[in-house]
Design a binder for this molecule. Structure first.
Ligand SMILES: [Zn+2]
Length: 62
């Protein structure tokens, strides 16, 4: 499913895809398509097909 988030680095609104088949609780690293810096994505399925997604800066020192 598509989720709109705000990049924690560049502030752009970006739509990301969360695979519901990946489980009810997912955590992975993905690069921002705008600024190419890494996010740590945490997705939690709050209801069937409804994910709450949080994105924080991954990879550290910058
Ligand atoms: Zn970005």
């Amino acid at each position: 499913m598509d989720i709109e988030i705000e990049c924690p680095w560049c502030g752009e609104l970006v739509t990301i895809f969360v695979d519901p088949g990946g489980g009810a609780e997912q955590r992975y690293v993905e690069d921002c398509p705008v600024c190419c810096r890494p996010w740590e994505v945490a997705a939690l399925e709050e209801e069937p097909g409804g994910f709450a997604v949080g994105v924080t800066r991954a990879g550290g020192n910058d």
